[in-house]
Ligand binder design. Structure first.
Ligand SMILES: Cc1ncc(COP(=O)(O)O)c(C=O)c1O
Length: 412
């Protein structure tokens, strides 16, 4: 008897994911995810939770006690941060130079905060002086920015932002989804109060768990808004501030869950915690500096390779993310067909783009396990062949040769 509604087992050919994320998951992370699920209050599991906190303190370069995971994709931690800090009517200054800056503004607006944008055109970054002027004028509760905006491939300098915020008693939120463990994200040194990420980029895992770190002063503000669910035990220290406008993303309750209180908030996504823990172990065994250098070298090889093919790289070269490269599609070449042929003929995924860049650039990522010579060279070789097939004239092999030379020369 056949069961047409059952479909087939998932069984696609392995694909090389060279877009802006997700990327191929490290085999050790996949193995960790197959460990048996434990209950979230099992002492073995809470030990893993504490270890995960200790590991991510190192990854985030912070001493913050409150360093843990939010269940969900990167956006879960973004939303948890903004909804837990911002109450309706609060002022927030958002740095916007791409799709993910706009996402911060959108989420803040859904929190009914008053949003002031400090903006730069896509492909550029925002000068700290512009942020300082806005913060002095608005005196916001929070300043929110994206570190590496994958939509434009630009890395916003964040070194001065903490001091600017502290001078006006504002908190600083940084979305480091696309940079954590690939480019330096010095949480404490840049004075960030909340930094969030996801696993599916430089951390080398699948999407679905969002590491977060929170300074004591931000935690104090959030705990002042603590209102525990009525169905749970009372007497956990209610706050006087306005109740946080989301239950799932209530960081006060989530922090109570990750503390000795072990508040029964949600059922922890055990397999994702195993994944996040293993991602951090892989990162720290390699060492942060070595990992940043490996991503920088791969990014330099991609950049030099596509330029040698006669393609232009998108955006301000001085502020380019090392791990994702925007490549301008040449006139007369069908952007989508190139991506389709990369996938169909070579089993390689490269990224398209959003909004004003849709159909104009490809985004090539070299992250996590894919920030390696063979992945970069294979991608360039495939792109060269596809572009030749699409009628774009360039010297055969030029991109791969130059990328090989970058690797031979070593650190960029
Ligand atoms: C900079 C940045 N922030 C946030 C996100 C949203 O992440 P997720 O899709 O994991 O929710 C992304 C995803 O690409 C991103 O690149």
């Amino acid at each position: 008897m056949t069961h047409p509604e059952v479909f087939g087992e998932i069984d696609h050919p392995p694909r090389l994911l060279m877009g802006p994320g997700p990327i191929n998951v490290h085999p050790r992370v996949l193995r960790a995810m197959s460990a048996s699920v434990l209950g979230q209050f099992d002492p073995e599991f809470t030990t893993y939770m504490n270890q995960t906190m200790a590991l991510y303190r190192q990854v985030f370069a912070t001493r913050n006690r409150w360093t843990f995971l939010v269940d969900g994709t990167s956006r879960a931690a973004i939303e948890a941060s903004l909804v837990s800090v911002l109450a309706p009517g609060d002022d927030v200054v958002v740095l916007n130079a791409g799709r993910f800056g706009l996402l911060l503004a959108e989420i803040a607006a859904r929190c009914e905060a008053r949003v002031t944008l400090v903006e730069a055109p896509w492909g550029e970054v925002i000068a700290p002086e512009a942020v300082e002027a806005a913060v002095r004028r608005v005196r916001p509760r929070l300043v929110a920015c994206v570190h590496g905006d994958t939509s434009t491939t630009m890395a916003q300098p964040i070194g001065d932002l903490g001091a600017i915020c502290r001078a006006s008693d504002a908190l600083l939120y940084v979305d480091a989804t696309a940079t954590l463990a690939g480019m330096p994200v010095p949480t404490d040194d840049c004075g960030a109060d909340i930094v969030t990420a996801g696993l599916q980029k430089c951390l080398g895992g699948p999407s679905g768990s969002a590491p977060i770190t929170i300074s004591d002063r931000a935690a104090d503000h959030i705990f002042a808004r603590r209102h525990i669910e009525r169905g749970l035990a009372a007497g956990n220290g209610e706050g006087t501030g306005r109740r946080i406008g989301s239950n799932y993303f209530d960081l006060a309750m989530i922090m109570d869950y990750w503390s000795e209180k072990r508040l029964n908030h949600h059922t922890e996504a055990a397999s994702m915690l195993y994944a996040a823990r293993e991602c951090a172990r892989v990162v720290l065994e390699e060492g942060l500096e070595a990992r940043f250098a490996r991503h920088a070298l791969a990014g330099a090889a991609v950049t030099a390779g596509v330029q040698a093919m006669g393609l232009a790289v998108y955006g301000d070269p001085d502020h380019k993310m090392t791990n994702v490269t925007g490549v301008i599609a040449p006139l007369g070449v069908d952007h989508d067909r190139v991506r389709a042929r990369m996938r169909e003929d070579f089993e390689i995924e490269i990224g398209s783009a959003f909004g004003q860049l849709a159909g104009r650039i490809w985004r090539i990522g070299a992250m996590g396990i894919n920030a390696r010579k063979h992945a970069v060279l294979t991608t360039l070789a495939a792109l060269e062949a596809v572009l030749r097939g699409e009628g774009f004239a360039h010297v055969a092999g030029a991109g791969v040769d130059v990328a090989l030379a970058v690797y031979a020369a070593g650190a960029p």
